[in-house]
Write a protein that binds this ligand. Structure first.
Ligand code: NAD
Length: 255
């Protein structure tokens, strides 16, 4: 065993049929994408209300879209890290596996994960708020280059925004239902790199626990969810997850 020594964790994993994982910004920190909270978090430097809301997008479109354009460029240059790859490997071990993410960076998919349940959208997608036309990163680049005063507009004249969930907006219903379902049915639930401060995502580990799941938290720091966890693995997810998956492999022969 590389990282698992806790007998109750070993017992729980041996018996598990359903593993569900919730990831947050922390899993992408080692890929070079800043988290919102925690050490060096973005919200320590910028106010969320100033940038991540429809009101500010509508009132300060150029500033908000410049910021999102910059974040798209940062993400495009980043690569998945060993934590993302380990979760792709983990998906093949139990009978059933669900990967839920609060992240908008698409790094799980770039590490090979399929059917990722995205709760907060995807930063690499954009759409027109009037006609709904979708714009890929490349298409958006073109529009942005030619935008008057940095205000990107669709051919219909409508404003183009990123496909992310802003403060005060509803989460995509179908994805949220899939996430609740995954949490309720999980035997083992991993909460990885999330501060547990953004709801309803933060309810998922609690729901899983109430449904009888063994809850494992992986984080560099204690969080509001730590008190609920059956096992806390403290450290970088890019180092812990590959070791944990190696251990799970020995306990759970490929389904
Ligand atoms: P958060 O910023 O609130 O918290 C990040 C957590 O990750 C903290 O608890 C921190 O201690 C932990 N952490 C930092 N580095 C870590 C590492 N190497 N290994 C393990 N843990 C680490 O993030 P959140 O809980 O996901 O909620 C914030 C919201 O921010 C989400 O809605 C998400 O959509 C958005 N967000 C996404 C990205 C992204 O897509 N990469 C980046 C920033 C924010």
């Amino acid at each position: 065993m590389k990282i698992l020594s806790d007998p109750s964790a070993i017992e729980a994993i041996k018996k598990t049929k359903n593993i569900a994982v919730l990831t947050g910004a922390g899993i992408s920190a080692e890929s070079g994408i800043p988290t919102f909270r925690g050490e060096n978090g973005l919200w320590t430097k910028l106010s969320p209300e100033e940038l991540a809301s429809f009101e500010s997008f509508y009132q300060n479109t150029a500033v908000v879209m410049e910021w999102y354009k910059h974040r798209q460029e940062v993400i495009m240059k980043c690569k998945p890290n060993p934590g993302h790859y380990a979760l792709n490997e983990l998906s093949r071990l139990p009978e059933h596996f669900d990967l839920i993410t609060q992240n908008i960076d698409g790094l799980h998919q770039r590490a090979g994960s399929r059917d990722v349940i995205e709760l907060h959208g995807n930063l690499l997608e954009n759409y027109c708020i009037c006609c709904g036309q979708k714009y890929s990163v490349e298409e958006f680049d073109e529009v942005f280059k030619n935008a008057i005063n940095h205000v990107p507009r669709c051919h219909c004249g409508g404003l183009i925004r990123p496909n992310v969930v802003w403060f005060g907006e509803a989460l995509p219903r179908e994805n949220l239902d899939m996430a609740y379902n995954a949490a309720i049915h999980a035997d083992v639930f991993l909460s990885v790199g999330t501060s547990g401060q953004v709801r309803p995502a933060a309810d998922l580990p609690i729901l899983a626990k109430q449904g009888g799941a063994f809850l494992i938290e992986i984080n560099t720091q204690k969080t509001v969810l730590s008190g609920e966890a059956d096992l806390i693995l403290q450290g970088n997810s890019g180092e812990i997850l590959p070791q944990l998956v190696e251990d799970i492999k020995t306990l759970l022969p490929k389904a």
